[in-house]
Ligand binder design. Sequence first.
Ligand code: OSB
Ligand code: MG
Length: 369
Amino acid sequence: MKLEGVELRRIALPLVTPFRTSLGTQSERTALVLKVVGDEGEGWGECVAEDEPTYSPEYLTGAAEVIRGFFVPALAGLDLNPASVGHALRHLRGHPMARSAVEMAVLDCWLRARRTSLTDHLGGVRPSVRVGVSVGIMETLDALLETVDKHLTAGYARIKLKIEPGWDLEPVRAVRETFGADVMLTVDANTAYSPGDIRHLARLDAYGLALIEQPFEPGDLHAHATFAARVDTPVCLDESITSAADAADAIRRGACSIINIKPGRVGGYLEARRIHDVAAAHGVPVWCGGMLETGLGRAGNLALAALPGFTLPGDISATERYYHRDITRPFVLDDGTMAVPTDPGLGVVPEEDALEAVTTGSEWIPAVP
Ligand code: OSB
Ligand code: MG
């Protein structure tokens, strides 16, 4: 497949409720939506970088810049397929979210032309996947309990609570006491703690959590390993893992016993699969994280989460948990699971009027080297 160009849009989707983490509060999801146009058809991708470089060093305007200035030119004139797209971008360092968006759109286009679904291409083995919901930091415990109650009633298979210093033991205890021992419960600190907090965080062992996600700085594997040696609760890494090599290193150093895999964070679905394979070889369970994706990323993440090593419920919630109107058809929860799309490529496309309504800027990038 030869690339003709990329339509790059910036979108802003209002969230149903503001989402607060230790990194800040979001009330709308801005993202980039890419449409690659090639001689074999079209394909769609999404860039999950946020407005500001808080979760990771990437930010949306920078991602647009690197796609326009480097990634699209690097693909011009080549015969693109799943192997060659990664190879063509290999000499360019970093920018995994921008890279992932480009790879995703090329993969979608290539797979559509071959009438193959992304999940079949990646090696998915399940028609549906168990999913959970990520619950933000709230003003009050009452508001938190009400929100968790709503999600459990809806049938979610796991509840993840965002924590930070001052919002950790109490909310976890309240949720555990109110909803009982059978609820699969996890916490995510988004790097809000320092090694001096290890003794405090170890008190979370009292609440039977399925995992504690990313308490410390991304680069501090030593702190995570020290913590992991000290607590019974499994330690899971998110921000620290940006490649399969990182995953192997973190596992070898005892810094985690579970990995959250986000395609955007690791540079695409193909690297995500490599992390899955490395983790599986070490007997480390993985689950699919989320970045408040639109329906495009949600479709791709469901395809990925169907791989055999994804044994824990993912942060892939129903559309209504995020958006009143998404750019694709809505995804719905069915008895704690979501169906993996089976149509070619991602299996979904943006609905033109919905995409138009949320577009805040658009450009055409011709594929010239
Ligand atoms: O750390 O998992 C995270 C959202 C934005 C940035 C980081 C994270 C998250 C979430 C939301 O937890 C997961 C979702 O998409 O539902
Ligand atoms: Mg996380």
